[in-house]
Design a binder for this molecule. Structure first.
Ligand code: PMP
Length: 402
């Protein structure tokens, strides 16, 4: 008998399955608004000029293929933490940080969860916003955490449901973990304002809840690292809380497939940090042994060289500006086409996504009749729009819902 005879049949991940469907569609008008990967105005993947320059320098340097240390490239980890904490406060926090290079954002969240499991006897519950990125529940439930959902989005008013949010924070068991999208909430594109972050942070501190920040879009949301790191810095620098941050360089450097990430926790003192880092190293050894080198070398070169950092900031602006233009174009064209309803949420949301609020049958109709692919919950990746297809998409949506 097979060792695997009781393997269940798990359905494919919805968003990756959608990409496969899109790829096999032969229609010349097809549009992929599913997966969140940046595309240029010609619908092609974009290699950031800062990344191209870093690649050039690395290959000139005789790139080798040696192992990285278990914790990853030291200068990359240091620069990534500094980027998140901010240059002015980094010096006063650095000794309390435990950090480890991770397999992009996903591996980083998994590492953060494993670390808490390994270090805490409390068996905390994990609170996850609803809706959220489709992988959050999977990552934390696969680690054995009890995952609970709280209502994050008011679907009717198309904004954050602060009452439900605060109610959860007031009632969660002390020492629970709260998953926070540091910026560019996926899928809603709806982030707390600074005032709302302060409210959330103060309650969390008072109630001893642990912020686990998912930072997959730093700089990619607004074009400014400082603006996008507001929540991270508020929790760590202003409130002085212990927190965990899982950074991904997939989107903001376009290094999707290279799996470049850094997860760090800020602890109460240097001794705890050192111990914690030793646990991270042990966890990493058993699961990854050595993280991938190439992407980390690229990211490190960009973050540690003033000229390349400037180039990267300009690249962030390029990507954000194009996405923002598509947001406004889509809105204007929906209105011009007389699409029934209020579409102001399309322009008030931010980040790479727009959460359209279409019913599922319309989403299916758009795919089957118009070859327009989007997530079932009607989240669209604005990066899939460009000056050649946005009018078609707006017209199709308007026709479908009329
Ligand atoms: N968190 C969120 C909210 C995301 O949207 C993503 C990317 N889709 C990730 C984490 C992690 O992505 P990656 O593992 O590719 O860095």
């Amino acid at each position: 008998t097979s060792f695997f005879s009781s393997a269940p049949r798990i359905p494919k991940d919805a968003i990756f399955a959608l990409t496969a469907q899109y790829k096999s569609d032969t229609s010349p008008v097809k549009v992929n608004l599913g997966q969140g990967a940046y595309r240029d105005n010609a619908a092609l993947p974009w290699i950031l000029p800062s990344v191209a320059e870093a690649r050039e320098r690395i290959s000139n340097h005789k790139l080798d293929h040696e192992y990285l240390p278990i914790l990853g490239l030291p200068e990359f980890r240091q620069a990534a933490c500094k980027l998140a904490i901010g240059p002015t406060k980094f010096g006063s926090v650095a000794s309390r940080i435990a950090s480890c290079q991770s397999l992009s954002g996903t591996g980083g969240l998994h590492l953060a969860g494993s670390l808490i499991k390994a270090c805490s006897s409390l068996k905390p519950q994990v609170w996850i916003p609803e809706p959220t990125w489709s992988n959050h529940h999977l990552v934390f439930s696969s680690l054995g955490f009890e995952c609970r959902s709280f209502q994050y989005y008011d679907f009717e008013r198309k904004r954050i449901d602060m009452n439900a949010y605060k109610k959860m924070l007031q009632n969660a068991e002390p020492h629970s973990i709260v998953i926070l999208h540091a910026c560019a909430h996926n899928p809603t594109g709806c982030d707390p304002t600074k005032d709302q972050w302060q409210e959330i942070g103060r309650i969390m501190k008072e109630r001893q809840l642990f912020p686990l920040l998912d930072a997959a879009y730093l700089g990619f949301n607004s074009g400014s690292i400082d603006d996008d790191a507001y929540a991270i810095r508020y929790f760590i620098n202003d409130l002085g809380m212990e927190a965990s941050v899982s950074m991904s360089f997939a989107k903001n450097m376009g290094l999707y497939g290279e799996r470049v990430g850094c997860t760090f926790v800020v602890t109460q003192n240097a001794e705890i940090a050192e111990n914690t880092e030793s646990v991270m190293e042990r966890l990493q050894r058993s699961e990854v042994s050595n993280p991938p080198a190439y992407g980390a070398k690229i990211a490190s070169m960009i973050l540690n060289d003033a000229k390349l950092t400037e180039m990267w900031y300009a690249d962030l602006i390029t990507m954000c500006s194009r996405i923002r233009e598509m947001r406004h174009a889509l809105y204007n064209l929906l209105v011009e086409n007389g699409a029934p309803g209020d579409w102001t949420h399309v322009t008030s949301q931010s980040g790479m996504f727009s959460f359209l609020g279409l019913p599922r049958d319309i989403v299916i109709k758009l795919k089957e009749q118009y070859h327009i692919y989007m997530a079932e919950n009607s989240r669209i990746s604005l990066a899939g729009l460009n000056t050649s297809n946005v009018a078609y998409v707006a017209k199709a949506i308007s026709e479908c819902i009329r």
